[in-house]
Design a protein around this ligand. Structure first.
Ligand SMILES: [Zn+2]
Length: 134
């Protein structure tokens, strides 16, 4: 995997997923109500066609994809949720997906009492520093 220290690229990493040119990576079902909440909160939503691994090339259901970002809303984490159209009798479904199943390595100097969580993903390099202090 290429180094994602500076975040994922919408054009290169995420558009192929949004357009259904590549299958949803590392996805798992999630509750629809929780997914709707994320989509509303994140705001970074895209009209999409999604491809499931092993599906026929023409079988790309319509979906709304919301992309997950870091604390400041600009750095894409290569992950998100998809609200996927459904028909009778099951209706819509929601999944979470992630290009990388991030594994955070914490940096020296972390101070949880002050809300300081510096770190990066040991797989893709993504900066996962989080500061909840004030
Ligand atoms: Zn990662």
């Amino acid at each position: 995997m290429t180094d994602k220290r500076n975040g994922y690229s919408l054009a290169d990493d995420l558009m192929p997923i949004i357009k259904g040119d590549v299958a949803l990576p590392n996805f798992e079902d999630m509750p629809l109500s929780q997914a709707v909440n994320y989509a509303a909160a994140w705001g970074n939503v895209h009209a999409a066609r999604v491809q499931f691994p092993g599906a026929k090339p023409y079988d790309r259901p319509r979906a709304i994809i919301a992309l997950e970002t870091g604390q400041y809303g600009t750095d894409l984490h290569g992950s998100g949720i998809a609200l996927i159209e459904g028909g009778y009798p099951h209706g819509a479904k929601a999944v979470r997906f992630a290009i990388c199943k991030h594994k955070k390595v914490e940096h020296a100097g972390a101070d949880h009492r002050r809300g300081w969580y510096p770190g990066h993903c040991e797989i893709c390099g993504l900066n996962m520093t989080y500061d909840s202090g004030d």
